[in-house]
Design a protein around this ligand. Structure first.
Ligand code: SF4
Ligand code: SF4
Length: 71
């Protein structure tokens, strides 16, 4: 089974919180006011956070078994 989830490269994140507000699953949190992080357990890969990010840094990843790739 393939699971999609959002991936945030924290070095490019400005911690604006737009992705946190956009996520319908409360899967994103801003850590220590420094960068956003996705909880894979709650993320369903809907992509709403990526659309909301003003810096357009959020990517989607697919995971199937042990394979992981950027999409
Ligand atoms: S892809 Fe959807 S569920 Fe996952 S963190 Fe982004 S908005 Fe939330
Ligand atoms: S919307 Fe983009 S820049 Fe803002 S906190 Fe989320 S990932 Fe970081």
């Amino acid at each position: 089974m393939v699971k999609k989830y959002a991936y945030i490269p924290k070095e490019n994140c400005v911690a604006c919180g737009c992705c946190v507000k956009a996520c319908p699953r409360q899967a994103v949190s801003v850590i220590k006011g420094m960068y956003a992080q996705v909880d894979m357990e709650f993320c369903v890969g809907c992509g709403l956070c990526a659309k909301a990010c003003p810096a357009s840094i959020i990517k989607q990843k697919e995971v199937s078994g042990i394979e992981e790739k950027m999409v």
